[in-house]
Design a protein around this ligand. Structure first.
Ligand code: 13P
Ligand code: SF4
Length: 379
């Protein structure tokens, strides 16, 4: 079965025709909490909840230094036979460089497919670790480098493989669907991997066949998928530290002050934000939405890195980040570890190529390939 990802997913939360679901929806764990990362000496941040260290983003160099870094990165990409793949959330210079060098900027599903299909010998993935791991699983013969191979994700961190495996063992009658934002070990335990661009379609397909779902790790995306599909879902309690901070009351008051503004939201955002949205979808779906939604101003509930591409794509329109109440201010600290200087460093050193245990990779590849086949555009 195939599906098209060409159009943004409309938000039926605004449609009176959407039936209310009566299916069970249970979140077995409380949301994990991550405290404000504290600066450490030596240019790192520490997340006090999990002790993970994150490099402080390097300040963007100006003028000549920036041009030099770009030129050096271009040169190294060519000499290392590498293609640059960037997620929409990373530094604007890195996104622009990916396009200028005939690489790619996209959402997590598109990046997975692109890396697998591209003929380059080596891949440079600018994003977070699960994206590099997925690229390596799908292309075991390519070297995969990342500017920061330790760039984490709170969803991945909040879903430890051993605990997750016990959770699956306790519910053997459920089909295990995990979000791409997980480790290779968690994927290896899953029947399906999904991203935000196909989660609703996959779960609806499974529910239509009578499957009960065990979902992990994002509780907000899980709850959104459940509302859209009416599926019977048992949901893990993880969350994204960036999206969970978007604040419904501040969003409402901004939309009231700026009459005619439209809200575009990523489904990792809380339900009270999503219910105000004119469109809910993946980063690529958000990028496409202004082509069909007629407005002068868009409020965007996802990482601020996407604003760069939105402003490039629609120069006559205005885009602002949705207000947040939290400490991360709408920017993912791990995505921010990808800058021009760290890109040049990894290309020069070719250090710390991404490795995935071959046994795990073999098992994790099955549910990832299942997702790629399900979403492959019809010829
Ligand atoms: P997309 O799949 O929409 O690119 O989202 C990935 C992500 O990490 C969202 O926070
Ligand atoms: Fe993970 Fe959230 Fe960062 Fe996306 S924005 S990589 S979900 S922490």
């Amino acid at each position: 079965m195939t599906m098209s990802t060409a159009n943004p997913i409309d938000n039926p939360a605004r449609s009176p025709a959407t039936p209310a679901s009566t299916a069970p929806f249970t979140a077995p764990f409380r949301e994990f909490s991550f405290d404000l990362p504290q600066p450490l000496p030596g240019g790192e941040l520490r997340c006090t909840a999990c002790s993970t260290r994150v490099r402080i983003p390097e300040p963007t160099p100006d003028g000549a230094a920036r041009a030099q870094l770009r030129a050096r990165a271009r040169e190294l990409l060519a000499s290392r036979s590498a293609v640059l793949m960037a997620h929409y959330y990373v530094d604007a210079d890195v996104q622009d460089l990916a396009i200028e060098t005939q690489g790619f900027v996209g959402d997590s599903l598109e990046l997975a497919r692109y890396g697998q299909e591209h003929p380059a010998r080596n891949l440079v993935v600018c994003g977070v670790r699960f994206m590099g791991e997925t690229a390596k699983i799908l292309s075991p013969d390519k070297e995969v480098w990342m500017p920061d191979p330790h760039a984490d994700c709170s969803l991945d961190m909040g879903c430890p493989p051993e605990t997750f495996s016990r959770f699956c063992d306790a519910h053997p009658n459920r089909t295990v669907v995990v979000y791409a934002n997980t480790s290779a070990a968690v994927k290896a335990r899953a029947d399906w991997v999904v991203t935000s661009s196909c989660a609703v379609h996959v779960v609806r397909h499974l529910a239509d066949q009578g499957h009960k779902i065990l979902w992990a790790p994002d509780c907000h995306l899980g709850s959104y998928v459940q509302r859209q599909t009416g599926a019977d879902m048992l949901v893990w309690g993880g969350s994204c530290i960036v999206h969970r901070e978007f604040d419904a009351a501040s969003v409402r008051s901004l939309l009231q002050r700026r009459e005619g503004a439209r809200l575009l939201a990523h489904p990792e955002s809380p339900a009270d934000v999503l219910e105000q949205a004119d469109m809910v979808g993946s980063t690529t779906a958000i990028l496409r939405a202004p082509a069909t939604l007629d407005a002068a101003l868009y409020v965007v509930a996802t990482d601020g890195g996407l604003l760069h591409r939105l402003r490039q794509a629609y120069p006559g329109k205005e885009f602002v980040g949705a207000p947040t109440l939290g400490v991360h201010g709408g920017r993912c600290p791990w995505m921010s570890a990808n800058g021009l200087a760290s890109l040049v460093r990894v290309l020069e050193s070719r250090a710390s190529a991404i490795e995935v245990d071959p046994g795990l990779a073999e098992r994790a590849r099955i549910p990832i390939e299942r997702m790629l086949a399900f979403t492959r555009p019809a010829p």
